[in-house]
Design a protein around this ligand. Sequence first.
Ligand code: NAD
Length: 286
Amino acid sequence: MGTYAVTGSASGMGYEAAQRLRNQGHMVIGVDIRHADVVADLSTSGGRHAAAHGVLTASGGTLDGAVLAAGLGPTPGRLHQIGEVNFAGVVDLLMAWRPALAAATHAKVVVIGSNSTSTTPLVPRRAVRALLTGDTEKAVRCVRRLGKGAPALIYAASKTAVTRWVRNHAVRPEWAGAGIRLNVLAPGAVLTPLLQEQLSSPDLARAVRAFPVPTGGFGDPGHLADWMCFMLSDSADFLCGSVIFVDGGSDAYFRGNDWPKPVPAARLVPYMRRFVGFHHRLRRGR
Ligand code: NAD
């Protein structure tokens, strides 16, 4: 049986994932701002340091996997915290836990992203870049200029930044080469306390309910946790840097023709000679 860290373990999808892992007989080290094995505020660097350290101590230095589910929704008045928890609250912990994940030889990590990454228009690129360079204040300034939409924009920017971070790091020798699989699960609207908070505000509720979801309805947090457990299992050994959308079809509805998209030829130049040689040999029947 393995040892898993789960952030956001006190509620919603993180809670459901922790319960499932415990029911499978694994040891789970829950991290949350309340009701957790390691209580820490992931919106501050001190809290992230305490969370990283607390998990490493409790795990004895080996982690078979992690679920990074702690997060804030697009709540007005909390722009800075959204950026800090949703981006730094993932990246700082993963960097600190990397040696413990590598020690397990086949570790799996699931980061909870969001379909807001592909369905929110006008997210400032500069905000995403600022988050990726650790400048949350700059990211907040970029979205504040855009007025009422700022909470949704910092939320989508934070999820875009964390998704890009995962995809770019997943393929590197110190992650993929060390046997660690990093992947993103991107939910749509899932009925958890986070969504319930949005539904309790008439304006936000109207926007949530008007959003196209081809299947209709909301996602079930337990079903999302089942996806997480699958992405932590041996069946996910070949899954690396992927983003799995589980969103009732909203991403496909808006972005059906945007993806897949071929890689720009310039990026293939280093591999081209080998590739062309292979095709020549194939055509000559050798
Ligand atoms: P939730 O509110 O039920 O759970 C989030 C958890 O994160 C809570 O237990 C909360 O205490 C914890 N958390 C928040 N701020 C924290 C902090 N500063 N320090 C430590 N812990 C903190 O919400 P959920 O819907 O289960 O969200 C899980 C993840 O899924 C989040 O990253 C969220 O952004 C993402 N997500 C949710 C939806 C949705 O519709 N529910 C959609 C897409 C993505």
